[in-house]
Design a protein around this ligand. Structure first.
Ligand code: GLN
Length: 455
């Protein structure tokens, strides 16, 4: 088998299903084929191979790729060709992976269903009447539909884990600071992380091994030693202490989802792990805290899109103020505008203390809850989402019902801890259910070990 065969296979599958799934915004076919031919021609003379040698991968469209259009699924960036690579993109190139295309998403990563894409929604490959989740819905759907074996997503409040759960694949949000965000178009900088979406836990560890590590181009990047994640996949969970938060299996969690999680606990128990119920009492404030902080940070981050420096410029403006206003009004979608307004309001003088500062304080309480549980337990376990995928259009009329979607994934971003979603069964309507395993800061190895033991 050659690299060209692998790349052929990817584009063949894309040709078969992409009309229905719509997981990509831009394909990189010419460059990918060229690169495959080059790798094939070098095989004989090589004595060392990149960790991802010849592996086809999809990249979420908010991660910049030099010369390859990067839109964040927004009309305002419809014509944006970056002049540099994100650190993760560079690392993929160094590992000799092949970028197949840029994956669809909710505009600027704001959303939980992909219905906020400025171009077209991605569909769930298990049943195209359902959403694939979001915002990395294109990445998760592309992997689930067999278009690519791997993809990168980003997770600010659940955007890797929730679509992974809805599409029946494996998605990891790493510890805040483990993976460089240089070249990730910022949504909420104190929460954003890039992570892998794959079919298996082992595949996931390969991608994390490639992209993790300190980067002087990202001032929040942590200078920690990167362990060998693959050697953590021992299958051994004997003596492991698991905490199950009462809040994560209580009210609002659908019966079939809870049952699937309980079954996993039985399996892990049979392998020698122990579990107990614990409380994360401040979790109930997580959604409110998150939307205040995320919108505030977004309102500042998105001020760079002014029609001058990046992307599309309105051509019906008579002066500079009109140019800014019209470019932004025409370029941004409804949800993005909603967040900018919420954030600008929360940050304005007179409201700052009441909203932003207060939310920061609650964030600390939420983080303290996690620290306390991790004093006694190795991992926290629960569902990724209270329900399986919902129908397209079901939640589009009420932004609040969409916001509470992320109830069980947001607390980990606020606390900065890693979380993985792995498939753990099927719902009554035949859709995948996701199990979430949460670890201590920088303890992705234990998260992978548990996920792999169950898988
Ligand atoms: N759904 C959440 C939001 O809309 C999370 C998005 C994300 O993690 N990027 O903000």
């Amino acid at each position: 088998i050659t690299v060209t065969d692998l790349v052929d296979e990817s584009y063949k599958r894309i040709g078969e299903v992409e009309d229905k799934v719509k997981a990509f915004i831009t394909l990189n076919e010419e460059a990918a084929r060229e690169q495959a031919a080059k790798l094939d021609s070098e095989i004989g003379a090589k004595d060392q191979f990149g960790l991802l040698f010849g592996m086809p991968i999809g990249v979420k469209d908010n991660i910049v790729t030099k010369g390859l259009r990067t839109t964040c699924a927004s009309k305002i960036l419809a014509n944006f060709d970056p002049v540099y690579d994100a650190t993760v993109t560079e690392k993929l190139h160094n590992a000799e992976a092949i970028i197949i295309g840029k994956c669809n998403m909710d505009e600027f990563a704001m959303g939980s269903s992909n219905e906020n894409s400025g171009f077209y929604p991605t569909k769930n490959p298990w049943n195209v009447d359902y959403v694939p989740g979001g915002s990395s819905g294109g990445s998760a759907a592309a992997v689930a539909a067999g278009e690519v074996p791997f993809a990168l997503g980003s997770d600010t409040g659940g955007s890797i884990r929730q679509p992974a759960a809805f599409c029946g694949v494996v998605g990891l949000k790493p510890t805040y600071g483990l993976v460089s965000r240089f070249g990730l178009v910022a949504y909420a900088s104190s929460l954003d992380q890039i992570g892998p979406i794959t079919r298996s836990v082992e595949d996931n560890a390969y991608i994390l091994q490639t992209i993790a590590g300190h980067d002087r181009m990202d001032s929040t990047s942590a200078n920690v030693e990167i362990p060998d994640y693959l050697s953590a996949l021992t299958g051994d969970v004997k003596g492991l202490k698991i905490a199950v938060p009462t809040e994560y299996i209580g009210e609002g969690v659908r019966a079939d989802v809870k049952e699937a999680v309980m079954n996993v606990l039985k399996v892990l128990e049979a392998q020698g792990a122990v579990w107990e119920e614990v409380s994360l009492p401040h979790s109930k404030y997580a959604v409110a805290t998150y939307y205040l902080l995320a919108s505030s940070e977004a309102s500042a981050n998105l001020s760079r899109f002014d029609g001058v420096r990046y992307g599309v410029r309105s051509d019906n403006a008579k002066n500079i103020i009109e140019l800014y206003k019209n470019s932004r009004s025409e370029g941004f979608g409804e949800e993005v505008k909603r967040r900018i307004m919420l954030g600008t309001f929360a940050l304005s003088a007179g409201y700052y203390d009441a909203y932003y500062k207060k939310a920061q304080r609650v964030r600390t309480l939420i983080k303290n809850d996690f620290d306390k549980v991790f004093e006694k337990y190795d991992v926290i376990l629960g569902p990724t989402n209270p329900t399986p995928a919902f129908k397209i259009g079901e939640k589009t009329n009420d932004p609040l019902t969409m916001y509470v979607e992320d109830l069980l994934t947001i607390p980990m971003n606020l606390a900065g801890v890693p979380g993985i979603s792995v498939p753990c069964g099927f719902s009554s309507e035949g859709l995948p259910i996701g199990l979430q395993i949460i670890g201590k800061h920088f303890d992705e190895s234990t998260v992978y070990r548990v996920a792999h033991a169950y898988e």
